[in-house]
Design a protein around this ligand. Structure first.
Ligand SMILES: C[S@@+](CC[C@H](N)C(=O)[O-])C[C@H]1O[C@@H](n2cnc3c(N)ncnc32)[C@H](O)[C@@H]1O
Length: 200
């Protein structure tokens, strides 16, 4: 299984959430939504071997997390607006319990941030996408069961960086230029596709 974890330093879904002005009303959740599309969708299909986690560190109170599983999600469309609606509805759904709680097929939410995600990903080989790190192309990726951590438009906060280092996440880069997060996800997906064709 391929897993992507996108950390949104200011991202939240709150009362002011506005589809007409997503970047300003959601702490740049739009960056994370584009990563969902890049990780989970190919032309006319959903990648059933992929799971995406969004970590919303800007959520009021505790951080929140969202999980979308390609194997089970329904009606996932490529446009940012419909992914935004899916995320908004997921967090608005009443729920009880700890850890990830499924609120619709393939979509689960959790109170908590990176720790709740790390508990969920288990033993998958961790990689952190970092500008200037060793080239992904040269890395011996465990593409059968890997988890890739990606920052948002302002990168990783220090707490996240420290937690990932303590975890032993291997830093990898996708080239010499600092890219938008969704483009980074697309390049990683492409590299995995080249190594293990026929996914999706
Ligand atoms: C727009 S970049 C963040 C830029 C931010 N100003 C910084 O200094 O971290 C978004 C995220 O994409 C990833 N990223 C961007 N370019 C990359 C590259 N060439 N190689 C690996 N990861 C990259 C990193 O995870 C980064 O946190």
């Amino acid at each position: 299984v391929r897993r992507f974890v996108v950390i949104g330093q200011r991202a939240f879904v709150g009362e002011a959430f506005s589809l007409a002005n997503l970047p300003a009303s959601s702490g740049r959740l739009d960056v994370l939504l584009r990563c969902v599309r890049a990780a989970l969708l190919f032309s006319h299909g959903v990648r059933r071997d992929t799971i995406v986690y969004l970590v919303l560190l800007g959520a009021p109170g505790a951080p929140q997390a969202l999980r979308i599983e390609g194997a089970a999600v329904k009606f996932l469309r490529p446009d940012e607006r419909s992914v935004a609606v899916l995320v908004q509805k997921a967090f608005a759904t009443p729920r009880a319990g700890s850890g990830f709680v499924t609120v619709r097929p393939g979509v689960a939410v959790a109170e908590g941030g990176l720790d709740v995600v790390l508990a969920d990903v288990g033993d998958a080989a961790p990689y952190v996408l970092e500008e200037g790190a060793a080239d992904l192309r040269e890395a011996a990726l465990d593409d059968a069961d890997a988890v890739f951590f990606v920052g948002d438009d302002v990168g990783f906060d220090e707490a996240t960086r420290g937690r990932l280092a303590a975890l032993g996440a291997r830093p990898v880069a996708v080239g010499p230029v600092s890219l938008h997060a969704d483009d980074v996800v697309a390049v990683v997906v492409n590299e995995l596709d080249r190594r293990t064709p026929g996914t999706g």
